[in-house]
Design a binder for this molecule. Structure first.
Ligand SMILES: [Zn+2]
Length: 257
């Protein structure tokens, strides 16, 4: 059900995006640059039920902080490895990165539990795929939706080819991971609030390299800028308060030896 508040938030998001796009980059004090599309100028605010995130969206391609950080991480991976020889499985594919992956990898397959705009439909906790099927598995902001996430991680490890890697970022919103007693609708159905300790669940992999916002320059603005001292609240009932207004985002790259 769409509430009046949600309609107001949608209008605020669109308005902020239009204003940002209309502002010439020369008039912006600290212009940002989007690594996903090359846009330069002001980033727009995200107005959401769980709170406001400053400089969240690229108004040109709608890349959020996480997409921009991931685009930078893929740049690093691309400089180290020949991605053009590798096969990728992209779970719950985001259009912002999908086009790039389709062009960059030797083969590109998309999958989702229910969506009909993907190549395969399956449950990632029980994937109908052979062991070692893909060189790369990419699942961004997926595991926080899955109650039995450990089964999903085990399946991702199984279907990954030796020498391959999985990119498995989740929203890092608390200091320690909190398991929710039930999915939270106002958090897009999340069943937990991950903290940096969440990456300990990737122990089956041979190595986990975590890229942080602070590994990159200020220009792409890859921090989450929001007030988390206001948790818990009605729309984030199980989160705990975190001090500060600028929070590191993280992208774990898990290698299978
Ligand atoms: Zn962009």
């Amino acid at each position: 059900m769409t509430t009046r508040t949600e309609i107001a938030l949608t209008v605020a998001n669109r308005l902020d995006r239009s204003v940002s796009r209309a502002l010439p980059a020369a008039l912006v004090r600290h212009p940002r640059r989007c690594p996903a599309c090359g846009y330069s100028g002001r980033f727009s605010t995200a107005w959401a039920l769980t709170g406001r995130r400053a400089e969240a969206y690229c108004p040109a391609c709608h890349a959020a902080e996480r997409h921009r950080l991931q685009a930078l991480v893929v740049d690093v991976l691309s400089s180290r490895l020949d991605l053009t020889t590798m096969s990728m499985l992209h779970i719950a594919p985001e259009p912002i990165l999908a086009k790039r992956f389709w062009n960059e990898f030797a083969s590109y397959t998309t999958a989702d539990l229910v969506r009909d705009d993907v190549d395969l439909n399956f449950d990632i906790t029980n994937a109908p795929l052979e062991d070692g099927s893909y060189d790369v598995v990419y699942a961004s902001h997926v595991l926080e939706h899955i109650p039995d996430d450990r089964a999903a991680i085990a399946e991702i490890h199984r279907i990954l080819a030796p020498g391959g890697f999985a990119v498995l970022p989740v929203p890092i919103v608390c200091e320690r991971t909190i398991e929710y007693p039930e999915p939270v609708e106002s958090e897009a159905g999340h069943v937990r609030a991950p903290g940096p300790d969440y990456f300990e669940r990737f122990a089956a992999f041979d190595a986990v390299e975590v890229f942080h916002s602070s590994d990159f320059s200020e220009e792409p603005q890859v921090y989450i800028v929001e007030d988390r001292s206001r948790y818990p609240n009605r729309h984030a009932p199980f989160r705990t308060p975190t001090p500060g207004r600028r929070h590191e985002d993280m992208v774990p790259v898990c290698t299978k030896g």
